[in-house]
Design a protein around this ligand. Structure first.
Ligand code: SF4
Length: 506
């Protein structure tokens, strides 16, 4: 898989457009990077669900830090968990490196472009350290886990490295750093056999939505993917733990939870001997404090009638599924070890569409996987035209060290994979634009994410069919008085603007 810049249906993400409204240093796996110049986290205008830790009784914090969180929503939850621990321990998060003693960079190691972005952020922070603007740089997350010694060799000024499974020890690492211990620290722990709790967490998303991580790791063996090497085997949080976390989020003012995992449909198999996503979703759907529950990262297996019944009859689970399919040619799916075929994918998609009213589907595809012929690509285009996904992201294949695909012959040239990527996005653009146009005149409930910067009276929102950060947005104007962030308003869609919509409150 390759450039993340390809993956947002050819348009800028909500976060990108909002600039500093949300979290200036949080750069998304699936969205365009935000302004690197605004690296430290939490702008004045952001409305995190809980504020940074107050200073201690004597008016001082134990230390002040800024954070850069890169990568996917799962990594963002890890960031929030580390912030929660630091805040609980008396450290204070600040919104500028100017006032920070140290910076935590939570990295992504997914694909080439993600690694480059992470290295760029680390280098930027090391520069600030050299200039004496900050005292320390702590590198955490997937890239730290994946590169370990290599990263330290190339950047010996990094003060501490904390792997994915060492994140619960962040406070001790920072304590030693603040105490002036000069020795470089490394905290790498074996992949966890039980899920780490995300209950202590300082949200960096706006108050009204949060990601809910239900499991860690992945047991699949997709040949292009290095994630299991960084994140270990699949392990699920017990149902009670997930429900407890969801209730806490709902009680804190979150209206929408976005359920994330590496492989959502595998949920529970490790703990209970069989997948139990259906039971989990049944329970989640009963939480009255939540309005919307959104499902991401479905794998096209383990989707049975009972699960579809639950989705079809749910009160709070929105008719939106993100199911990365990666390809449609049987030859490619086999080389990718996806354990699916075009016809099995078609069957599951048609069952979902038949049973779930008004379902919007998001998927991702890879172009230029080794051995992809013109015929394979033509089949992919045909599949996309046939399925008419509401949202589609396209990656160009990225060679990942130590993955089976890296050893496959018949590599596709960069030029060809990019040309195929562009062509597929053009096909999708027409489908997506037709879909947005077809919504003009309808009435939809819109969740208001934020006022549009520099345009008084104009708000940015989403309906049930748009996930935060990655999908199109709805511009809403015409309020008699200023609404609050996170309000849900019934609106008439009055115009389509490419991937986006324009609406007026009823
Ligand atoms: S399902 Fe496949 S692509 Fe997704 S994380 Fe697991 S191995 Fe990677």
């Amino acid at each position: 898989m390759a450039s993340r810049r390809n993956v947002i249906s050819g348009h800028r993400s909500t976060l990108d457009r909002l600039g500093s409204i949300f979290t200036p240093s949080v750069r998304s796996h699936t969205g365009s990077p935000l302004k690197p110049s605004s690296l430290p986290i939490i702008s004045d205008t952001a409305t995190p669900s809980s504020a940074a830790a107050p200073d201690q009784a004597d008016g001082t914090a134990r230390g002040r830090y800024a954070v850069i969180s890169l990568g996917c929503p799962k990594n963002l939850v890890d960031t929030e968990q580390m912030l929660g621990r630091l805040d609980e321990d008396g450290y204070r998060m600040v919104d500028s490196v100017d006032g920070a003693d140290f910076v935590v960079v939570n990295t992504c190691g997914f694909i080439d472009s993600a690694r480059d972005e992470s290295l760029g952020a680390i280098d930027e922070m090391l520069d600030l350290k050299r200039q004496g603007k900050i005292r320390g740089v702590v590198v955490t997350g997937c890239l730290a886990e994946r590169q370990q010694g290599k990263l330290l060799e190339s950047r010996p000024e990094i003060d501490a490295m904390v792997g994915v499974f060492g994140r619960n020890e962040i406070v001790g690492v920072v304590d030693r750093l603040q105490a002036g211990v000069e020795e470089q620290q490394q905290v790498f722990r074996p992949a966890a056999i039980r899920p780490l709790s995300d209950a202590v967490r300082t949200p960096v998303t706006p108050r009204h939505f949060a990601y809910l991580k239900i499991s860690e790791g992945c047991d699949r063996l997709c040949t292009f993917c290095a994630i299991p090497k960084m994140r270990g085997k699949h392990y699920s949080k017990p149902i009670e733990q997930v429900i407890d976390e969801a209730k806490r989020l709902g009680d804190s003012g979150v209206r929408e939870v976005v359920v994330v995992a590496q492989d959502t449909t595998y949920y529970g198999k490790d703990l209970y001997g069989k997948p139990r996503l259906n039971d989990l979703l049944t329970e989640l759907d009963r939480i009255e404090s939540l309005d919307w529950i959104r499902l991401m990262y479905f794998y096209p297996m383990y989707i049975d009638d009972a699960l579809i019944d639950t989705l079809a009859g749910a009160k709070r689970i929105v008719p939106y599924i993100d199911m990365p399919l990666q390809h449609a040619s049987d030859a490619m799916l086999k080389r990718m070890a996806r354990k699916t075929t075009r016809s099995s994918q078609e069957a599951i998609l048609s069952r979902l569409r038949e049973r779930i009213d008004g379902l919007a589907m998001r998927t991702t595809m890879i172009t230029g996987f080794p051995g992809e012929t013109d015929e394979d690509f033509a089949e992919l285009v045909d599949f996309v035209q046939q399925q008419r996904f509401e949202h589609l992201g396209v990656f160009t294949y990225s060679v990942e060290e130590d993955t089976p695909a890296a050893r496959l012959p018949n590599r596709v040239s960069t030029e060809v994979m990019q040309r195929r990527n562009d062509q597929l996005m053009e096909v999708q653009q027409e489908i997506a634009f037709e879909w947005t146009s077809s919504r003009v005149g309808s009435v939809e409930r819109v969740l208001l994410d934020a006022p549009l910067p520099d345009q008084p009276g104009v708000w940015i929102g989403r309906s049930r069919w748009e996930a935060p950060d990655i999908d199109g947005i709805i511009y809403v104007s015409g309020f008699e008085s200023d609404p609050e962030v996170g309000t849900m308003v019934d609106c008439e869609i009055v115009a389509a603007d490419g991937y986006d919509l324009v609406a007026a409150p009823l």
